[in-house]
Design a protein around this ligand. Structure first.
Ligand code: ADP
Ligand code: MG
Ligand code: MG
Length: 208
């Protein structure tokens, strides 16, 4: 997948994330302050606008993903603006100079993004955050070696979905859900669901 194809896939993902606002709002109402859906909607509306103005302008997929991260970080606000912004910026930076996304490069993106998110926010797997979905996705991607991206993405998305599902049983250690303590059990972490949705929409929209 080259930068032009990636830009159009990211626009597909952005529109799907915008449409997921009610679901994400409902999840953050249960364990947080209810603003996660609107935050993601705002961030991906800005991303969609950015990509529609500069379709495939960058040949460098690292530069493209880094720009998406900067846009998320500056438009979303909240904990998740910093967290998802960091994922795309650090993951994008690790792909600087690359022009075609492959499964090994997606592994690099996810692993570098995971490291940066953990450093920035201090969360580890098991803390009931998006890290649980991201770490599962990074591990699955790594295990797939150089399988073609269109075949690997559904498996990576499924692993992220299982990671998000797993947060239901966890007690939140970060963010507003922490105040709920044991009462957060039974509800998935909204950011983990967002992470798994982003990868599912990538799997859904990728052209083979
Ligand atoms: P806020 O908590 O500021 O209202 P959002 O509701 O948009 O922000 O996002 C909440 C999500 O952000 C959580 O569900 C969690 O996945 C993620 N998150 C919050 N703090 C952290 C952190 N320190 N590390 C990783 N992810 C985090
Ligand atoms: Mg919130
Ligand atoms: Mg908030």
């Amino acid at each position: 997948m080259n930068a032009t194809e990636m830009s159009s896939l990211l626009r597909f993902v952005a529109n799907k994330m915008i449409a997921s606002e009610p679901e994400l709002t409902r999840l953050d109402m249960a364990v947080g302050d209810g603003d996660h859906g609107v935050g993601m909607q705002r961030g991906f509306t800005a991303v969609e606008k950015l990509l529609s103005q500069a379709p495939g302008q960058a040949e460098d997929i690292g530069v493209l993903l880094t720009r998406v991260g900067t846009e998320l970080m500056s438009s979303m606000g909240g904990a998740s603006g910093a967290i998802f912004g960091t994922l795309f910026r650090a993951g994008g930076k690790s792909l600087t100079g690359e022009t075609v996304l492959t499964t090994p490069l997606l592994t690099r993106f996810l692993s570098s993004g995971l490291d940066a998110v953990c450093k920035r926010g201090g969360a580890k797997p098991g803390d009931k955050t998006m890290v649980d979905a991201l770490a599962a996705a990074a591990a699955a991607s790594q295990s797939l070696g150089s399988e073609p991206l269109y075949a690997a993405l559904p498996k990576i998305a499924r692993a992220a979905g299982q990671g998000a599902e797993g947060t239901k049983q966890m007690v939140a250690a970060f963010g507003r859900a922490k105040a709920l303590g044991e009462r957060s059990i039974g509800h998935p972490d909204p950011g983990a669901v967002s992470m798994s949705l982003i990868l599912s929409f990538m799997a859904e929209g990728i052209k083979r």
